[in-house]
Design a protein around this ligand. Structure first.
Ligand code: TYM
Length: 337
């Protein structure tokens, strides 16, 4: 059973809707690891969220397990972090329904991701896509976390979660802790390598604009050599997100992988062209991802170990989640079982 701790709590999740990318890593997972000493951490595979877009069942199952292996390979030690599969903890779906009833149609309609996903999946604008943020609010509020580390695109959802929690607390008293999003300074928005005005996405820009955590070094090098930059040729490694989105994206990636500041990167490549810069970014990414790929590949062969991790994770998570759910059911007036 989960121990009661005085530590602050942190929670986040990723949808297994595609293979994890460099964006998922730099915007999210990288900021999760190395915090286990400070926080009581819960991280999950958001499979309930993944089915808002049609998935191939075998792929979804494989990706969910692969994502767990990748979490561990990225440094999330299952002994110190609670790692679980969202659908294994039924309280998510249950609180999700309750919070649907406290989320306003207008609020849900304004979500950028809903507008974006419905324009891309015009033949499948389902109810789940619309109420996605109330389920995400449930994911968060069940665990009463202090901090929710996410990339920039998820900030709006965490803010809506805050609004829903405030509304609920306003009616029933202090049931939910109000969570804060934590968005990293560098890496919160990694763009596609072939279209630097679009986000690098798990489910889009396949094979060209994105790098996945499992890509082989030669694939990564090829993608970086082909990355879109800008038309200037000399002394061109400068950070300017508006005027030079391509090179600014590469600088962000290089900075996040090496820890160098933008000023240091500009100095390092002063007087040089993209031909020198792009392979260096590729090499930095190869070295960052190499240990993750190798460890995840090894872990994927040990299904019994992964099963043990997600079972224990679901048990610990369910214990915490049930406490919140019971309180909510009582507050709204459901008869206790
Ligand atoms: P998802 O699966 O789209 O993305 C997972 C995390 O990765 C970040 N991210 C990026 N960061 C920088 N650059 C990119 N190109 C990039 N692509 C993705 C996202 O911001 C996110 O932090 N709804 C969530 C999953 C979720 C969740 C939650 C997160 C479900 N419940 C509760 C936090 C708390 C999602 O679809 O993220």
């Amino acid at each position: 059973m989960a121990e009661e701790t005085a530590k602050k709590r942190m929670l986040s999740g990723i949808k297994p809707s595609g293979d994890l990318t460099l964006g998922s890593y730099l915007g999210a997972i990288k900021n999760w690891s190395a915090r286990a000493e400070e926080y009581d951490c819960f991280y999950f595979m958001a499979d309930l969220h993944a089915i808002t877009v049609r998935q191939n069942p075998a792929d979804l199952r494989r990706r969910t397990l692969e994502q767990l292996a990748q979490y561990i390979a990225c440094g999330l030690d299952p002994e110190k972090n609670t790692l679980f599969i969202q659908s294994h903890v039924h309280q998510h779906a249950e609180l999700g329904w309750v919070l649907d009833c406290y989320s306003m149609f207008g609020e849900l309609s304004r979500m950028t991701q809903f507008k974006d996903k419905s324009s891309k999946n015009a033949d499948n604008i389902n109810g789940g896509l619309f109420t996605y943020p109330s389920l995400m609010a449930a994911d968060i509020l069940l665990y009463q976390p202090d901090l929710v580390p996410v990339g920039e695109d998820q900030k709006q959802h965490v803010e809506l979660c805050h609004t829903i929690a405030r509304r609920f607390n306003g009616i029933y008293g202090d049931v939910f802790k109000l969570p804060e999003p934590f968005v990293p300074k560098v890496g919160a928005r990694i763009m596609s390598l072939t279209n630097p005005t679009a986000k690098m996405s798990k489910s889009e820009n396949e094979d060209t604009g994105r790098i996945t955590l499992m890509d082989a070094p030669e694939v990564i090098m090829r993608q970086f050599k082909r990355a879109i930059t800008d038309s200037d040729t000399e002394n061109c490694v400068h950070y300017d997100r508006e005027k030079k989105p391509g090179v600014s994206n590469l600088m962000t990636i290089y900075s996040a992988c090496t820890g160098k500041s933008f000023a240091e990167i500009e100095a390092e490549f002063a007087g040089q062209g993209y031909g020198a810069f792009k392979p260096k970014v590729g090499e930095a990414v190869v070295e960052t991802l190499r240990p993750i790929r190798e460890e995840a590949t090894r872990l994927m062969k040990d299904k019994a170990y992964l099963e043990n991790v997600y079972r224990q994770g679901a048990e610990k998570a369910g214990y915490v989640a049930e406490k919140t759910l019971r309180k909510v059911y009582k507050k709204v007036g459901f008869v206790a079982r």
